[in-house]
Design a protein around this ligand. Structure first.
Ligand code: 1JT
Length: 253
């Protein structure tokens, strides 16, 4: 389905990463992929995973460093000459910001969370668009805490709200270049990021019981939705947030 397509994947930390599930689904359908990693300690892990795919590329990219972002896209341009899709699966907030009350959020935590988790999508879209000469698709990851209050999600909820709005504004700007921009609102998944969160286990069991499908969503299911969104099958969809949450969001009391 993605034969002759070039994709760029942001946010792989290990095999359990949502970004890796997206890469795996796209790679199995014929895409050639470039991976970015943040910080030297993740380099080896990402290189090992990427080595399982033909003709892949691995480049450093800390989104708080504009020079690294520019260099990452330059490396993609040099190796493949163009780009068809991007999977943006990046978020960060200081751990203290994901506990206690939102009202205690510091200026620094707010800035960091919004810069890394929301602004980075605009930054990546701006850098990607000149390489998407034949149109393209950009997919990002969001969470229900953007729309409704989820205890402890706090400033990440505000960052995800900004990310979802950014998805719509970017879709409006880039549509004339046939570049689509969409978000996947995933249910909670036990990834490395989630592991650092207090009471993740009880959140997962609560959501698993309340959702219509009576289970938690898997990273592979999110990966398959990303595959759909980067493929031609979704050619009429842009600016949307699609839930991949076993139906959790539709429930009232
Ligand atoms: C980050 C982290 C972004 C965890 C995240 C996230 N988006 C979803 N999760 C999982 C999660 C976290 C909380 C939650 C529900 C789901 C951790 C590192 C920073 C970025 O609240 C009940 C807190």
């Amino acid at each position: 389905m993605l034969e002759n397509k070039i994709g760029m994947i942001f946010g792989v930390a290990n095999q359990r990463s949502i970004a890796w599930a997206c890469a795996d689904a796209c790679g199995r359908h014929g895409a050639r992929l470039a991976f970015t990693f943040q910080g030297e300690r993740l380099q080896e892990k990402v290189e090992k995973l990427a080595a399982g795919l033909p003709d892949s590329l691995v480049v450093p990219c800390d989104v708080t460093n504009q020079a690294e972002v520019d260099a990452a896209f330059e490396a993609v341009k040099n190796k493949y000459g163009r780009l068809d899709f991007v999977v943006h699966s990046i978020a960060f907030a200081p751990r203290e910001a994901l506990e206690g009350e939102f009202v205690t959020t510091t200026r620094d935590a707010f800035r960091t969370a919004l810069e890394i988790s929301a602004f980075s999508l605009t930054q990546v879209a701006f850098a990607a668009s000149p390489l998407m000469t034949d149109g393209g698709s950009i997919v990002t990851m969001t969470y229900y805490g953007a729309e409704k209050v989820v205890s402890n999600y706090n400033v990440m909820g505000v960052a995800k709200a900004a990310l979802e709005a950014s998805t719509r504004y970017l879709a409006a700007d880039l549509g004339k270049q046939n570049i689509r921009v969409n978000a996947i609102s995933a249910g909670p998944i036990n990834t490395l990021s989630a592991r650092g969160v207090k009471n993740m286990g009880s959140l997962l069991s609560y959501v698993g019981e309340k959702s219509p499908l009576k289970r938690n969503v898997t990273a592979a299911e999110v990966g398959n939705t990303a595959l759909f969104l980067v493929s031609e099958l979704s050619s009429g969809i842009t600016g949307e947030t699609i839930y991949v949450d076993c139906g959790y969001n539709i429930m009232g009391i």
